[in-house]
Design a protein around this ligand. Structure first.
Ligand code: ADE
Length: 264
């Protein structure tokens, strides 16, 4: 997968060199390109923001630098080819005129659709993601309006709170998506059993020693009875989800069963 990030803080993304994502980059599973938005501003001060039309607090990001940088990304030979506009081709412009294939532009924004594990799974199949990290009061709306006719664009929110900009949200999304790319996580079983994968929160985990500070590991986990362990873990998932996140329960299929034992 190719990932492009446009930001006024390129140094923020040095963190991509470490940990699992760093390894994925070295092995070629993920290719990242970080672009400084100010390289698209041609005045002496490399200005990327201005006061809002109509008045109001704060500054808005100007459209021109975005145009320069996003055009350069789209015309880069390494970018996913933009879908061509023949309605007869499966991977081209969809019937409603929205581009179907090629890169997906993600604009992190508290006004976007909620980022979820299901969305992370979906995004893990993309060829190329472009993250547009806004700051201040956001990006001039015409950037989204213009690029929506050239590629798919999604405004995505990390949650119902306001960050100072899209950088932290972008890193969170890259980590959530990156670990789902086939070949990324050593043990794919651990992906199946974690929080949100079956709509429930994860069960509690224990390791050695069997007793620590007078606290015992639940005996069923030491029993060797794989069926009983699966049932206990499922009960724990349901109990935890009911207590902490009852809002998730309507999304759980009634026949969600205990996972077959993974023999971990
Ligand atoms: N930018 C500012 N707040 C954000 C949020 N909650 N999610 C994504 N991007 C943001």
């Amino acid at each position: 997968m190719r990932i492009d990030i446009v930001t006024i803080f390129p140094e923020f993304f040095g963190i991509l060199d470490v940990s699992l994502l760093g390894k994925a980059r070295v092995s070629g599973l993920i290719e990242t390109h970080v672009h400084d938005l100010r390289d698209g501003a041609h005045d002496k001060h490399r200005t990327v923001d201005d006061t809002p039309y109509g008045g109001g607090a704060g500054m808005v990001m100007k459209p021109e630098p975005w145009g320069v940088i996003l055009d350069a990304i789209l015309s880069d030979a390494g970018s996913a080819p933009i879908a061509i506009s023949s309605a007869t081709e499966a991977d081209s412009i969809a019937a409603d005129g929205i581009p179907a294939g090629g890169p997906l532009l993600i604009v992190p924004s508290p006004a976007g659709e909620q980022f979820t594990q299901a969305m992370a799974r979906e995004l893990a199949h993309e060829q190329q993601l472009i993250f547009a990290c806004g700051r201040y009061e956001g990006i001039d709306q015409r950037v989204v309006d213009h690029y929506s006719s050239r590629m798919r664009v999604r405004l995505v929110s990390l949650g119902d709170y306001v960050l100072n900009g899209g950088e932290v949200a972008t890193l969170a999304m890259i980590e959530a998506v990156g670990r789902l790319i086939p070949g990324m996580v050593g043990n794919p079983e651990s992906l199946v059993e974690e929080s949100h994968e079956n709509g429930l929160l994860e069960y509690p985990s224990y390791t050695k020693p069997p007793t620590w500070r007078d606290l015992d590991v639940p005996p069923v986990l030491l029993s060797g009875n794989h069926g009983a362990i699966s049932t206990w873990r499922h009960e724990q998932q349901v109990e935890r989800t009911t207590r902490v996140r009852p809002d998730l329960l309507p999304n759980v299929s009634p026949d969600t069963e205990a996972e077959p034992d993974a023999d971990r």
